[in-house]
Design a protein around this ligand. Structure first.
Ligand SMILES: [Zn+2]
Length: 209
């Protein structure tokens, strides 16, 4: 059993806490599904022995201010999983950052670009499969099409992620981007392909058998 702390979109006082990580119990792995400030990722990197794995969100506030005139930098001691397949704490993770494009700016992509990112990951994932290893976690900022997508343009679900469910049957898909504000907003569901889809908004603990 691997105990995963998943975070996104909002800094929870339970995570950014003097009592962390004892207050949340044992944590084997941290995944951040985007729009988490870089300082929080670096905080988690110093508190735990495994590097947090993250993708950036469309607001790209994962960056930290550089020293003096240096450009903004990404958090240290963490692993950016965008367009990569990484293995941390015995868990394989494939990542795709950002959201569908709804205005000019970075970390927003056309649907065709999301499809290309998914295709680029295919050779690595096929190799893993040939070695008998399944993709454990698909880590994205935006949601797949389905119950977790929003009704407005910025929060549309990404069809490429549903395709990845069909191709690779990941055990878990952790995403963010869609804020869970309503009292009955669902945090989890199981897709038609048997993928457990979890909205990490704020923070949530996930047990991966
Ligand atoms: Zn977002």
């Amino acid at each position: 059993m691997t105990r995963i702390l998943a975070i996104s979109d909002e800094v929870s006082p339970f995570v950014y806490s003097q009592n962390f990580p004892e207050n949340l119990g044992p944590i084997d792995l941290v995944v951040s599904a985007g729009d988490i400030p870089g300082y929080l990722l670096e905080f988690l990197a110093t508190k735990l022995t495994v590097p947090p794995v993250y993708v950036l969100g469309n607001h790209a506030n994962g960056y930290l201010r550089g020293e003096e005139d240096a450009p903004p930098r990404l958090p240290g001691g963490c692993i950016n999983a965008h367009r990569r397949v990484v293995e941390v704490a015995g868990v394989t993770i494939a990542g795709i950052e950002g959201s569908l494009r709804y205005r000019p700016g970075e970390h927003q992509y056309e649907g065709a670009t999301m499809e290309r990112f998914a295709l680029e990951l295919a050779p690595r994932l096929a190799l893993q499969r040939a070695r008998g290893r399944r993709l454990d976690v698909l880590l994205t900022h935006a949601a797949p099409q389905g119950p977790h997508e929003g009704e407005d343009r910025p929060h549309r679900g990404v069809a490429a992620f549903n395709r990845m469910h069909r191709w690779w049957r990941p055990r878990l898909h952790v995403h963010g981007h869609v804020h869970l504000n309503g009292a009955n907003a669902p945090r989890r569901y199981v897709s038609a392909e048997g993928v457990e889809v979890v909205n990490a908004f704020g923070f949530t603990m996930i047990d991966l058998p």
